[in-house]
Design a protein around this ligand. Structure first.
Ligand code: ADP
Ligand code: MG
Length: 483
C-alpha cells in the first residue's frame, strides 16, 4: 500500500465510531440484544414499533456510556436529553431512531494515540447514546427484502472525534486505541469484523499551512482496521489528484469496496434527508448526579496507558514488551496472574512474548482459550531460572504442557530432561567428543574458537539434552586449551 507523502497537501480526518454495548437487555426494552438468534425472536412490541408502546431507559446504557466518557477524559453532562432522528426505512418500523442531538451525555474529551515515532492527543467531540435499527436482508428471497428486528433497539454509543487526525496511520492508531479502551472497560467486545465496532471516516484535504477545513467526503462500509487505513489512503490520493487536475471535491458519501480497493459513490449529502431532530417526548432527561458520576469513576479499571507505564516503571519491562502485553486486557491479566506466582517479570514477559504469543497466533486462539495454566507457566520458568532445565528442554516441556495438565517438574522428570550439572556426568562425554573429532580440535587450536559451539552441540546431543550447556562450555574450553 502506498503511503501519502505529499508536501503540498495535508489530510484532515475525523472519525465517527459506533460501539455496540454489552448490556444484557436492549436500550429501551427488556429483551436481549445478543447476536445470532433466529430472526425476530428477540423483539417486544416496542421493537416492532407498535403504537402505544413506551420506551424505558436501561440504566446500564447510561452507566456504560459514562464509563467510556470518563475513560476518554470527557466532561459528563449533568442533564442530557434524547432526541428523535426521523427517517423512513423498512428496518425502522417506528419511523425514527432514538438518539441524542444537541445535548450528548459526554463531550470535550481526548485520548492519546501512539505511533512509531510520536504520540499525539486526539480530541473527542462527543459521545452520545443511541439505538440501532433492524436489519434488511436482501439475499435470501429472490422477490422480497426480509426484515429482522432482533437488532432494533440494540444500545450503541457514537464516539465522534475532532478533525485532529492527519494520516491514515493516525486514524488506524486512534481506532485501535478506542477498541482497546472499550475492551478494557468491558462495555463492547470491539469486534469490527462482526460489526460490534463500526467506523465512518470523514476526510478532506487542504494546502499545508491552511487553517480552514476543506470540503469533506464521508467513507462508510469499512469493516476492518486495515480497510479503514486503505480506504483513507485511496480517498486522500483521489482528492489530491482531483484538485491537482483542476477539479473540486464534492461533499458526498462513499462506500469502500474491499474487493476492488476503491471507493464508490453512495448518495450525495445535498440530497440527504433532513432528519427533523426533536426532543424525544417519551423519555425524561437523563440526569447524572455528581454522586453517580463519581461512583462510576470509582469502578473504572486501570486503563491501558496507565498499566503500560506501570509495567515499564515498576516491573522493569521495556516499552515494546509492555505495549504488546497491555494491548489486550486479558493478556495483561494472564501475565500479572503468572507474576503473582513467580515474581520474575522479565522472564515471564519473555516467554509470553515468544512462546505464548506464537501459540495464540498459530492456533488462532485468544488467551482465554490458551490451555497452559499460570501455575504451569510459572513452574516452568522457575525450573529454568534454577538451572534445572536448559532452554531446549524448556521449549520441549512448554509444547508438552499444551496438551497436558501435569506440573512441569513431573514432565521434566518423565521426559528425562532434568539437567545434570554434575561434572562426573559430563566429563566422560566431553572426552569422548574431543577424541572423536581430532580435525576440529586441531582447527580450534589454530584459532577457530567459534568451533566451541560445535563441541557443545555434540555434547548436548550425546547427553540427550541433559547437560548444562554453561558448564559444558567451561569444561570444554579448559580441556581444549590445556590439551
Ligand atoms: P455530521 O453532522 O455530518 O455527522 P459532524 O459535524 O458531526 O458531521 O462531523 C462528523 C465528523 O466529521 C467528525 O468526526 C468531524 O471531526 C469530522 N469533520 C468535520 N468536518 C470535517 C472536514 N472538513 N474534514 C474532515 N473531517 C471533518
Ligand atoms: Mg455526526
Amino acid at each position: 500500500m502506498s503511503t501519502i507523502s505529499n508536501d503540498k497537501y495535508e489530510a484532515v480526518i475525523g472519525l465517527e465510531v459506533h460501539a455496540q454495548l454489552l448490556t444484557k437487555t436492549k436500550a429501551f426494552a427488556a429483551v436481549s440484544p445478543a447476536y445470532g438468534g433466529a430472526p425476530n425472536t428477540q423483539v417486544t412490541p416496542l421493537c416492532l414499533g407498535h403504537p402505544g408502546t413506551l420506551p424505558v431507559l436501561n440504566e446500564n446504557l447510561v452507566r456504560y456510556t459514562v464509563k467510556m466518557g470518563l475513560a476518554t477524559n470527557c466532561k459528563i453532562a449533568e442533564k442530557s436529553i434524547f432526541a428523535r432522528k426521523n427517517y423512513f426505512y423498512p428496518d425502522l418500523p417506528k419511523g425514527y431512531q432514538i438518539s441524542q442531538y444537541e445535548t450528548p451525555i459526554c463531550y470535550d474529551g481526548e485520548i492519546e494515540i501512539e505511533l512509531d515515532e510520536y504520540t499525539k492527543r486526539i480530541g473527542i467531540t462527543r459521545i452520545h447514546m443511541e439505538e440501532d435499527a433492524g436489519k434488511s436482508i436482501h439475499d435470501q428471497d429472490p422477490y422480497h427484502t426480509l426484515v429482522d428486528l432482533n437488532r432494533a433497539g440494540t444500545p450503541l454509543i457514537e464516539i465522534v472525534s475532532e478533525p485532529d487526525l492527519r494520516t491514515p496511520q493516525e486514524a488506524y492508531a486512534y481506532l485501535k486505541k478506542i477498541r482497546q479502551i472499550v475492551q478494557y472497560l468491558e462495555v463492547c467486545d470491539g469486534n469490527m469484523e462482526e460489526g460490534s465496532l463500526r467506523c465512518d471516516a470523514n476526510v478532506s484535504i487542504r494546502k499545508r499551512g491552511d487553517k480552514t477545513l476543506g470540503t469533506r467526503t464521508e467513507l462508510k462500509n469499512m469493516n476492518s482496521f486495515r480497510n479503514v487505513e486503505r480506504a483513507l489512503t485511496y480517498e486522500i490520493e483521489r482528492q489530491i489528484e482531483l484538485v491537482e487536475s483542476g477539479g473540486e471535491v464534492v461533499q458526498k458519501t462513499l462506500l469502500w469496496d474491499p474487493a476492488k480497493l476503491v471507493t464508490r459513490q453512495m448518495r450525495s449529502k445535498e440530497e440527504a434527508h433532513d432528519y427533523r431532530y426533536f426532543p424525544e417526548p417519551d423519555l425524561p432527561p437523563v440526569i447524572v448526579s455528581d454522586k453517580l458520576r463519581e461512583e462510576i469513576r470509582s469502578e473504572l479499571p486501570e486503563l491501558p496507558n496507565v498499566r503500560l507505564e506501570r509495567f515499564v516503571n515498576e516491573l522493569g519491562l521495556n516499552r515494546d514488551e509492555a505495549t504488546i502485553l497491555t494491548e489486550n486486557r486479558n493478556l495483561a491479566d494472564y501475565f500479572e496472574e503468572s507474576l503473582s506466582k513467580l515474581d520474575e517479570p522479565k522472564a515471564i514477559a519473555n516467554v509470553m512474548l515468544t512462546e505464548v504469543l506464537r501459540v495464540l497466533n498459530d492456533q488462532s486462539i485468544t488467551i482465554e482459550e490458551f490451555t497452559i495454566t499460570k501455575d504451569q507457566l510459572a513452574g516452568l520458568i522457575s525450573l529454568k531460572l534454577e538451572d534445572k532445565i536448559n532452554s531446549s528442554a524448556m521449549q520441549t516441556i512448554f509444547n508438552e504442557m499444551l496438551s497436558s495438565d501435569e506440573a512441569p517438574e513431573k514432565l521434566a522428570e518423565k521426559m528425562n530432561l532434568i539437567q545434570v550439572s554434575d561434572s562426573g556426568f559430563v566429563e566422560p562425554i566431553i572426552d569422548e567428543v574431543i577424541k572423536a573429532n581430532p580435525d576440529e580440535v586441531a582447527r580450534y587450536k589454530e584459532g577457530k574458537t567459534a568451533l566451541i559451539g560445535f563441541f557443545i552441540g555434540q555434547v548436548m546431543k550425546k547427553s540427550q539434552g541433559k547437560a548444562n550447556p554453561k558448564q559444558v562450555r567451561e569444561i570444554i574450553s579448559s580441556k581444549l586449551e590445556s590439551s
